[in-house]
Design a protein. Structure first.
Length: 571
């Protein structure tokens, strides 16, 4: 049985702008992988390597693919596998728990574990890609020598004369267990058009696409399932263009593609170029299944909103793995895919995984975007500190599970307790600067501790000014003042006591009952602890929160969710 899987990682060297002594590592890979960089840095070369490696017809590298000035040219390309996957190969699951544990220990040895990963190994073809220096190093290590001898005995049935030979044969045995067949790769080039070509061979760039769509729309009796594929293409177009009423039809003479949009049916030539692009990529992403798709600059002719819709659809509604070359910052969504930054210096290209926020900011800067050019998250939620963020994120997820993603649909920012506290000594100008932050994002919520010690107490001037400003337009602004002294007063007494005791066991010696609505339940005096950790307590509360919604909590969280929804209504 052929098992089709996504590739977890890839490494290559010695191709065009990537010299033999400068290996490229694409890891970790996800369903959608964005290859970002300026023009002429090597993004397309990355896609070519992937297509050459996984295309149905393996192309041979020509002299033009040789890196300039690379006298020691040697093209190499291999996958990076997760160790957990390797332990499921072939006869591996049938081995004893002790043997499997030994194999895992072997794969974690330096030189075998792929550099820069904590769970990846790389094998090339039918033989291991582990070099002889690594095997010699293993032979000099007493623990490694003992390990490979043990595995040689249990896996091969005999021990070879040298530790180096044992290591090689054991690794060779592991590679031969692989039952995995990598998916095939297809390419959607940067130049896409819907032509009049009548070739029967489907072409993902638009040539003969009308014939293929007609076949899917009106399949023969033996291929009635193809009708569902056509419906998926139509659903794709509807989703990306945000119109559930859109239909596409192919006339019998293949003269055009009819698009019915807003009650009007027009030939596709009369629609915008973006519609052409969407139809071509819709056909490519749905006609091809369980494969690798290499797409050149899909953002061309697509509005930023459509770009994000396209990414989301590819990730959630299709079965392919995507490698997308782009220089659009609007597509750099780490919540959807992995981002790799391609740069070029002195004719040599390099690739870095942009996993951290700072690395993604560097990518945007390299693409020529200033902060004011970038599309921010559509709603900003301001809270006093880290523990408030944990509570708020927990409550949003409880009432709207999976609907909104922090960092994509909303951001939670800290304003610091001194800004709005009852003891604040900040002058009016500093508070005004905080209010002016709304100019950066219309959709804004501020969660404010009341700091009231009784129902009769009044909010201080700073808080009232912020509340008044946000209430000017309640459709985009929201000021949430806690119903008690602070956010922690929303936590049911029993749950908060259990969390405090778990985070600070010494507090069990004290009675924490009767926390009171108008006093802080987390103080050094009450808990008998010099510096209580509000973050540690909030994490435990969030992990064990049930279905309790004291005071006005549920209504306020629902209001926040509605604000986020309004902010994201056009994305």
């Amino acid at each position: 049985m052929i098992v089709i899987v996504l590739i977890n990682g890839l490494t290559f060297r010695g191709y065009r702008s990537f010299p033999s002594d400068h290996p490229v590592v694409l890891y970790p890979l996800r369903r959608v992988n964005l290859i970002a960089g300026q023009n002429n840095t090597g993004k397309s070369n990355v896609l070519r390597v992937i297509f050459d490696r996984f295309g149905r017809e393996r192309s041979q590298n020509s002299k033009w693919d040789r890196p300039l000035g690379d006298a020691e040219h040697q093209f190499k390309c291999s996958e990076i596998y997760k160790i957990s996957d390797v332990l499921e190969w072939g006869e591996m699951p049938n081995q004893s728990a002790e043997t499997r544990s030994s194999v895992e220990s072997l794969l974690h040895l330096p030189g075998i574990l792929f550099a820069g990963t904590d769970d990846g190994v790389s094998f090339g073809g039918s033989a291991t890609q582990i070099d002889h220096d690594t095997l010699k190093q293993m032979a000099r290590d007493a623990q490694a020598t003992q390990l490979v001898q043990k595995l040689a005995s249990s896996l091969l049935g005999h021990i070879h004369a040298t530790s180096e030979e044992n290591g090689y044969r054991v690794l060779e045995w592991i590679v031969k267990q692989s039952p995995l067949f990598s998916p095939y790769a297809f390419t959607v080039n940067g130049v896409r058009s819907i032509s009049d070509s009548s070739s029967e061979k489907p072409d993902l760039n638009g040539l003969s696409i009308k014939r293929r769509l007609l076949e899917l729309q009106n399949p023969s009796t033996d291929y009635l399932e193809d009708k569902k594929v056509f419906q998926k293409v139509q659903e794709f177009v509807r989703s990306v263009l945000d119109d559930p009423s859109i239909t596409i039809d192919i006339p019998h003479d293949l003269s055009t593609i009819h698009v019915t949009h807003g009650g009007r049916t027009l030939p596709i030539e009369n629609m915008g170029t973006g519609v052409h692009e969407v139809v071509i990529m819709a056909a490519a992403a749905t006609v091809v299944k369980d494969s690798i798709m290499c797409i050149e600059e899909p953002e061309v002719h697509l509005h930023p909103i459509l770009q994000r819709k396209l990414l989301r659809y590819l990730a959630e509604a299709t079965s392919n793995q995507y490698f997308i070359a782009t220089h659009s910052a609007h597509m750099l969504d780490s919540a959807i895919g992995s981002i790799f930054h391609v740069t070029r210096e002195d004719g040599i290209s390099s690739v870095r995984f942009a996993g951290a926020a700072s690395a993604r900011a560097t990518v945007c800067a390299d693409l020529g975007y200033r902060p004011s050019d970038l599309v921010q998250t559509n709603a900003v939620l301001w809270v006093e500190g880290p523990s408030d963020r944990i509570y708020l994120k927990c409550w949003i997820e409880k009432l709207a599970p999976g609907r909104y993603v922090e960092g994509t649909h909303y951001s939670i920012m800290f304003y610091g307790g001194s800004l709005l506290s009852s003891t604040s000594t900040l002058d009016a100008e500093e508070v005004e600067e905080f209010i002016s932050l709304r100019n950066l994002n219309r959709y804004m919520m501020v969660l404010i501790d009341s700091d009231k010690t009784s129902p009769q107490k009044h909010l201080n001037e700073n808080k009232r000014r912020v509340i008044d400003e946000l209430n000017r337009d309640p459709s985009t602004g929201m000021a949430w003042v806690t119903a008690g002294y602070t956010v922690e007063n929303y936590v049911p007494e029993g749950l908060l006591t259990s969390a405090i005791n778990a985070a600070h066991p010494s507090s069990k010696k004290r009675s924490l009952l009767g926390q009171g609505r108008w006093s802080s339940p987390i103080t050094a005096e009450r808990l008998g602890i010099q510096k209580p950790s509000k973050v540690a307590i909030s994490k435990i509360v969030a992990a064990t929160w049930g279905n309790d919604w004291p005071f006005d909590l549920k209504r306020k969280v629902q209001d926040v969710i509605e604000l986020i929804g309004r902010a994201n209504s056009h994305t």
